[in-house]
Write a protein that binds this ligand. Structure first.
Ligand code: 5RP
Length: 224
């Protein structure tokens, strides 16, 4: 199967996962990226079965609205039953690197407000150790150089993602050459650098379920 077919398969599996739990007042948390977009496209068929969604990016909000799905403000809703999103890397503990699409901060906020994080990913995203994919760090623009120097001290090779402004008006440093042995500790450490808005390690709050698309079918995995 191609990577796109695997993404389609996990999007369909995520629909099957949430469908029995939908009610007229259900509000879903929705992620960002090509896998999440496939999920949004399939969610359109169910739009009369739930109230609406909170989006983790302007791009996903537009896609939801284009399908006739109501997009709600996070501040106007309570705890969400599900957050469905892709990942750039995911390990056996369902810790992830996210933010390849630059939406890491809003993704982390919506995930924090959700009871269950369903990660949907093709098999190429499953890794033993996080860090082959460059770890994104969202920074306040005036702090970019300072944060970059601090990241170098931690062993990373940070590269400014030129021309990218996040939905929050900030900038992104991508940390290359940065294998991560303790994702929970590193997530906290990076967030402690002044000027960092957040980083793309989703470890303190990882996924609860991983729907992993493989050539043998969709595997349903929980944290080890
Ligand atoms: C966006 C993300 C995405 O979930 C991640 O980049 C995976 O994207 P894709 O589904 O296109 O492979 O974190 O900020």
């Amino acid at each position: 199967m191609t990577q796109d077919e695997l993404k389609d398969a996990v999007a369909a599996a995520a629909i099957d996962e949430i469908r029995p739990h939908l009610a007229r007042d259900t509000v879903l948390g929705i992620g960002t990226g090509s896998t999440a977009s496939r999920f949004i496209d399939r969610l359109a068929e169910l739009r009369l079965d739930f109230a609406g969604a909170v989006a983790s990016s302007e791009a996903s909000a537009k896609r939801l609205r284009d399908h006739g799905i109501d997009v709600l403000e996070l501040n106007s809703v309570g705890t969400l039953p599900f957050y469905i999103d892709g990942a750039d890397e995911v390990n056996a503990h369902l810790h992830m690197i996210k933010g390849g699409g630059g939406a890491l901060t809003r993704e982390k906020i919506v995930a924090a407000c959700s009871q269950r994080f369903i990660c949907i990913a093709d098999a190429s995203k499953r890794v033993e150790r996080l860090g082959n994919f460059p770890l994104p760090v969202e920074v306040i623009p005036m702090a970019r150089s300072y944060v970059a120097r601090e990241l170098v001290k931690l062993g990373a090779d940070p590269v400014y993602r030129e021309g990218v402004v996040t939905d929050n008006g900030n900038q992104i440093l991508d940390c290359f050459e940065f294998p991560i042995d303790d994702p929970v500790a590193m997530e906290a450490r990076l967030n402690g650098i002044v000027g960092v808005v957040t980083n793309g390690l989703f470890a303190a709050r990882g996924a609860d379920v991983l729907l992993l698309g493989t050539d043998q079918g969709v595997e349903r995995l929980t944290p080890q």
